[in-house]
Design a binder for this molecule. Structure first.
Ligand code: DPP
Ligand code: ZN
Length: 856
């Protein structure tokens, strides 16, 4: 397979400062005529090389004259040119309705739309498809007016008119030079929810959210989130929007969550559409986060883009960091941080510990689509977060200002970003740069020694990053660790919070004036994305769980206490559950705590996170011990759960999306889960009553999830009612599939196999495929059935989906790559499935790369 290497980067031979595109749109056969104004780069004699994929070439003209001295090398169009500037015109035909990969121009539910990142533009027309070729776009579209009354593209609309035969046309121009991955057009029968935003310099921007007419009432939350995002980016980063219009279109078939095309974002409808009846609080939060994310890309990604795809985290890590900070500002920052760290641990830590580990700035790839990963996005965001911690708020802002200013209108590198922060702050980031090139999650050990009567405490810190594929030896990283010491007796501060920069393999920190036994609070706020091992006792953890004044550290102490107990129990060691139960009881009873925080803090760690702590993952033992502890917590504290459940009911007579109301609904759902876990005889009736009475999807889905975990008659009834009620809503049906695929039941494997044949199931829609197959893959116990049936199921589906949509298929392979973490029986069954995938004839390069690397 062809490998692209970061070290091989060379600037483009030809620039394309201007491009005009003419689309004669038709789902079966669209004609694309592209006029490229090309300019030779430095003195070289190389021909013009234009990437292409899957189109039919009809003609090539150079400076207005048809030529035939071009050649095709594979799918690359090579045109010999003599001068330093020429006008190249190509005409091609493509078939959007046959495009199942959803890259390039395709049809989704009667709408024609595009997705070009990373390398989809070459499926539309011949072009140097690389992010460091920036062009001004002029786009003309014509289409049947009845089927496609709305015609949208990047930038501003400049003209439109009627044509014969029921067709019409529109022209759009984008004044900002952009790489082709940010190109977009949409044609369809769409309704619009319009809004407007006045920027900090007083310009009025026309906003539009375009959806099917039936969905228009579900767009208000997204529109509000857009306005809030625009104001936030002005206030926090000084970034103003730059065009007169900003449009968002929602489509049902989409590989990503959304796409930041200049002035014309295209979204997966799941990140736009919401109303209380169909979307959960989690969905509302995710919509606001993704709307913000794509909007923020207008600066971090579009105005300053990436030089090459190895720099992907330059825009993605930074933009995730920005959207996380935005969301933290909308409600409880502590709960947001807990959720983000939980997500990092669920997806990025395992990636960093497995066969697909890569640095946030990779060195090579076979298929760039495979690098839209939790590492590039979420670890990338953590690395920006550490930079913000090290620089402090003001210097960090000075650094981002300098970065935007220096690189506006250009394609930049990660190094450009770090150098900007360095120049603006005067802080040396030489060693910090290792984070960009080194894969793997660092492990930090911390042990605190105190000699009674001496007033002295010594903290010994050590760091080590385990080897990852291709990187045997790791160097020490810069880890900003926020630390504080509490007195064990008085719960007073004995050493105030400080941020320690751990830079060596081992360091000692001395504290003076420590007059009582200190308890260590470390990595407060999760200030560094590391795995901490400390010598804190269960009593210390319980103490911090009750007294730490950093909410994240408090949560973390409780999680660690639970984790230690569960890992011991799963390994057949003695486990003291009393400490966990007491800590949960104390948290639940603490009236000073926010219900949203309580709900997170009393939840047991996930099965997979428990597995990540074990030398060999034992999915059955983990499931059994975790369920046993849930039952014990449920039973012992049954009255408290019922009290918490009743207290959380008082959310008013109708659904409100506010941090307070969300927190109460969350606590109510956690309490319901524990009541059911207790085995109480009325639990199913209680859940079913909530299911029936709910005026919102949050309560309804949590009741359904609880019912589906049990064996009551209400389970079947609720599933049927849910299906029938929402059978015309694809996004809600996705939930119906997912709830069943994630169910902690003995028969989940069989249920999922059955659901594959359900009339509402299709692999062609990425959301639906992920809802069933993706969700099953993260159901640790069901997927890892010891007979290998889960592995076979996933491999079968990956092979089938790969023929339709390689990009979406390849992203679902991760669970099979964890074979090293399991016993020999499971490990060899998983390897056999990976081998079968690799040997499948006609495999995509996306899937080949992921499956073959997973075997190493
Ligand atoms: N659309 C994806 C995102 O925004 C890729 N850029 O992260
Ligand atoms: Zn992004």
């Amino acid at each position: 397979p062809h490998v692209t290497r970061r070290a091989d980067y060379t600037p483009p031979d030809w620039q394309v400062p201007e491009i005009a595109l003419d689309f004669a749109l038709d789902p079966a056969a669209t004609r694309v005529t592209a006029t490229l104004h090309v300019q030779r780069g430095d003195a070289h004699r190389r021909p013009l090389r234009l990437d292409g994929a899957g189109q039919t070439l009809l003609s090539v003209k150079v400076d207005g004259v048809a030529v035939n001295d071009w050649t095709l090398e594979g799918e690359t169009l090579v045109v010999p040119l003599s001068g330093s500037a020429h006008v190249i015109e190509t005409s091609v035909e493509i078939a959007p309705e046959r495009n199942t990969q959803l890259m390039g121009l395709y049809a989704s539910g009667g709408i024609l739309c595009t997705q070009c990142e990373a390398e989809g533009f070459r499926r539309i027309t011949y072009f140097p498809d690389r992010p460091d070729v920036l062009s001004r776009y002029h786009v003309r579209m014509s289409a049947d007016k009845a089927r496609y009354p709305v015609l949208l593209a990047n930038g501003d609309p400049i003209a439109s008119g009627e044509l014969e035969g029921g067709r019409h046309w529109a022209e759009w121009r984008d004044p900002f030079p952009k790489p082709c991955y940010l190109f977009a057009l949409v044609a369809g029968d769409l309704a619009v929810n319009r809004g407007s935003f006045v920027t900090m310099s007083g310009r009025e921007v026309a906003l539009g959210i375009w959806v099917r007419a039936a969905d228009i009432e579900r767009t208000h939350h997204a529109l509000d989130a857009l306005k809030t995002s625009m104001a936030w980016d002005e206030r926090v980063y000084g970034r103003e929007y730059d065009l007169d219009v900003f449009n968002i279109v929602a489509v049902d078939d989409f590989n990503f969550g959304a796409m930041e095309n200049k002035g014309l974002n295209v979204f997966n409808s799941r990140y736009i559409l919401a109303d209380p009846d169909t979307a959960t609080d989690y969905d509302y939060d995710a919509i606001a986060a993704v709307v913000a994310h794509e909007y923020f890309h207008n600066w971090s990604g579009n105005r300053v883009t990436c030089r090459d795809w190895f720099q992907l985290s330059l825009k993605e890590g930074f933009t995730v960091y920005r959207d996380q900070a935005f969301s933290a500002d909308q409600g409880s920052a502590a709960v947001k941080r807990i959720e983000d760290v939980r997500g990092l641990r669920a997806s990025q830590f395992p990636e960093d510990a497995g066969p697909l580990a890569h640095p946030i700035r990779p060195d090579e790839y076979q298929e760039i689509s495979n690098f839209y990963t939790a590492t590039i996005y979420n670890k990338g965001a953590e690395i920006i977060g550490m930079l913000a911690t090290i620089l402090g708020r003001e210097k960090f802002r000075a650094g981002t200002d300098l970065y935007f200013d220096r690189f506006d209108g250009t394609a930049a590198t990660c190094e450009d970003f770090v150098a900007s922060l360095e120049d603006a702050s005067g802080i040396d980031l030489t060693q910090f740069r290792r984070w960009y090139g080194q894969a793997g999650t660092p492990r930090v050990t911390a042990s605190l020694h105190h000699t009674e009567g001496s007033g002295r405490a010594e903290l010994v810190l050590a760091q080590r990053t385990p080897p990852t594929p291709g990187q045997e030896h790791k160097l020490p990283l810069v880890l900003p660790l926020r630390i504080k010491l509490f007195g064990a007796e008085t719960a007073q501060t004995v050493a105030p919070e400080q941020t320690i920069l751990l830079t060596d393999a081992e360091e000692r920190i001395v504290f003076e004036g420590v007059t009582e036994r200190p308890v260590l609070s470390i990595n407060r706020g999760f200030s560094a994305p590391a795995i901490l091992e400390t010598d804190r006792t269960p009593a210390d953890l319980a103490f911090l769980g009750a007294h730490d004044d950093d909410p994240f550290a408090r949560y973390e102490a409780l999680q660690q206490l639970m984790l230690d107990t569960l890992v011991a129990a799963a390994g057949n060691n003695r486990a003291d559950t009393a400490a966990v139960i007491a800590a949960v009881a104390g948290t639940l009873a603490d009236a000073t705590l926010d219900p949203a925080f309580i709900a997170e803090a009393v939840l047991l760690p996930s099965e997979s996170f428990i597995g990540d702590q074990m030398a060999v993952v034992d999915p059955d033992a983990i499931f059994r011990t975790r369920e046993a502890l849930r039952r014990e917590i449920g039973r012992t504290l049954e009255r408290d759960w019922r009290a918490a459940y009743d207290a959380s009911q008082a959310t008013g007579s109708h659904y409100v999306y506010s941090p307070e109301a969300k927190g109460l609904r969350r606590l109510k759902s956690v309490a319901l889960g524990y009541i059911a876990a207790s085995g109480a005889s009325d639990a199913a009736a209680l859940a079913f009553a909530q299911f029936e009475a709910a005026d919102n999807m949050t309560d309804r889905q949590s009741a359904l999830t609880t019912l589906v975990a049990g064996d009551s008659a209400e389970r079947i009834a609720a599933l049927d009612i849910f299906y029938n009620r929402y059978s015309d809503n694809a996004l809600v049906l996705d939930k119906w599939f997912s709830v069943q695929a994630m169910a902690p039941r003995d028969d989940t494997g069989a249920v999922v196999a059955e659901l594959l044949r359900h009339r509402a199931f299709t692999l062609a829609n990425p959301n639906r495929a992920r809802a069933l197959i993706g969700a099953f893959g993260v159901n640790q116990r069901a997927f890892n059935a010891v007979d290998g049936s889960g592995y076979r199921f996933l491999a079968d589906q990956l092979i089938a989906l790969d023929r339709i949509n390689p990009q979406t298929a390849a992203k679902l392979i991760a669970p099979l790559g964890r074979w090293q973490r399991y016993d020999a029986t499971r490990g060899s069954l998983m390897r056999a499935e990976l081998t079968r995938i690799v040997k499948t004839p006609g495999l995509s390069k996306d899937m080949f790369e992921q499956a073959s690397k997973s075997l190493d």
